[in-house]
Design a protein around this ligand. Structure first.
Ligand code: UDX
Ligand code: UDX
Length: 415
């Protein structure tokens, strides 16, 4: 099929390159000149395992121009949906993309499908996107089709997750558009659930909110276990045998970060309040996550005074195998350390460049230098941290690095 992808970010790029790999003709439309140039030079503008190699093996193009929409059978909207300080999911990029597509619809006769893939609050596709598209004078469900099909890919595993989805959710405004999108996904070995637009939007938010709840739940259990002097990871093992609970996402630690879980949970909370329901449980999941990161500081204070102390940070990315620091727990921890008057030395195999944009005032050093600090925080579970020598050190571990137990003073955040 001929596909256009509006927004070549994490989701857009992986979506487009993988569909090209499956034999579709893909064009990216983005506002970022650097990103467009990189894609046309066959080099991936984001670090994602296997993506660069895949990009070099497919025929695709990237441009600014929405002209391509005139020629496409399916147009995916994958622009950013960041949130504001009140945690509302911002839809201005979606609105802009819909307007541009609408202007193209005026000039096309042939039916095509517009599919929202960015994470949006329930009702966005029906109440915002369709009215904008219909300003073209074309009618949704007749002249063009509309779908909402969320992505569930994880950073660091995005290509694998895209090609091996647990399920494909297709929210459809009209049956014809759902048929076309199902045909595009026909080669995927996954159940296809066809449903309403709002249900597809809510399924994405609820899925991420549930993953976040599992993590905050285990962190709370971990905090209790630590007080009881028992190991939460052993408890998680026992719990995980029950497939109603599932063994995944039970790793207690310093909390969840990234561009999705905190943002989507916040987006669901603010949408819920907007429609007059107070989501106490979801709010508590977020509160606990905010407090959990600061437990590292409280635990270290039991052993040393932080004023003028040098604290080393191992791990800045929100999780291993990515250079992404969006909403990383390291941000809260470094902020708090600086407020306490400590000096910070940090190391991360991939994310120092991105973290430096947020904290130019701290030192970025090698692991040796971090290990020579007065105390060490482990914030991201990069494999290489399991090979370091922690003998004689003071370590507060937020990510369960067994080797660190060899330290002179070792505190697990919730074990
Ligand atoms: C996006 C959404 O933000 C997220 O909610 C959803 O879950 C997945 O898709 P991501 O792909 O990580 O996430 O976004 P980002 O990396 O910010 O990429 C957005 C892309 O859209 C960027 O390449 C940006 O240049 C582009 N863009 C933004 C446009 O092409 N036009 C615009 O008007 C704005
Ligand atoms: C997440 C969802 O997994 C994915 O389906 C969705 O499309 C986007 O959001 P991602 O943000 O890449 O993906 O990260 P994920 O691997 O889910 O980890 C999220 C955070 O939770 C990380 O900070 C990670 O360290 C933390 N985490 C994860 C835990 O603290 N404990 C766990 O057991 C698992």
């Amino acid at each position: 099929m001929r596909i256009s992808v509006i927004g070549a970010g994490y989701v857009g790029l992986v979506t487009g390159v993988c569909f090209a790999k499956l034999g579709n003709e893909v064009t990216f439309i983005d506002i970022d000149a650097e990103r467009i140039e990189a894609i046309n030079n066959k080099s991936s503008p984001i670090y994602e395992e296997g993506l660069d190699k895949l990009l070099k093996s497919v025929r695709i193009k990237a441009c600014f121009d929405f002209q391509e929409v005139l020629n496409s059978e399916i147009i995916f909207i994958c622009v950013g949906t960041p949130s504001n300080e009140d945690k509302f999911i911002l839809l201005d990029q979606i609105e802009k993309a819909a307007k541009e597509i609408g202007q193209m619809l005026e000039r096309r006769e042939e039916y095509c499908v517009i599919c929202v893939k960015s994470t949006v609050a329930p009702g966005t596709t029906e109440e915002l996107v369709i009215p904008i598209l219909e300003k073209s004078g074309r009618k949704a469900g007749t002249d063009f089709g509309v779908c909402m099909s969320p992505e569930f890919l994880r950073e660091g595993k995005a290509v694998y997750d895209f090609m091996n989805p647990a399920r494909i959710i297709i929210g459809e405004y009209d049956k014809r558009s759902g048929d076309i999108l199902s045909k595009l996904y026909r080669s995927f070995n996954a159940p296809i659930m066809r449903t309403h637009l709002k249900i597809a939007e809510m399924t994405k938010l609820a899925s991420n909110a549930f993953l976040a709840t599992k993590i905050s739940f285990m962190n709370e259990i971990g905090n209790i276990c630590k007080k009881l002097g028992i190991d939460v990871y052993e408890v998680a093992k026992g719990m995980g045998f029950d497939d109603r609970i599932g063994s995944k996402f039970l790793n207690a630690g310093v909390g969840f970060g990234g561009s999705c879980l905190p943002k989507d949970l916040g987006g669901l909370i603010s949408k819920s309040r907007q429609i007059g329901y107070e989501p106490n449980l979801l709010q508590e999941v977020l509160n606990l996550n905010d407090e959990q990161a600061l437990r590292l500081i409280e635990l270290l204070k039991k052993h040393i005074s932080l004023k003028d102390a040098t604290v080393g940070i191992l791990g800045l990315a929100f999780k291993p195998e990515t250079d992404d620091v969006r909403d990383s727990r390291a941000i809260k921890i470094v902020q708090a350390l600086l407020q306490e008057g400590a000096k910070v030395k940090a190391y991360d195999p991939m994310a120092m460049k991105n973290f430096k944009k947020l904290f130019p005032q701290i030192e970025y050093v090698t692991t040796d230098k971090v290990l020579n600090s007065d105390a060490i925080f482990i914030v991201t579970e990069w494999q290489e941290f399991s090979e370091l020598d922690y003998t004689g050190k003071v370590v507060v571990d937020g990510r369960r690095i067994e080797k660190a137990r060899g330290a002179r003073i070792y505190e697990g955040i919730c074990w």
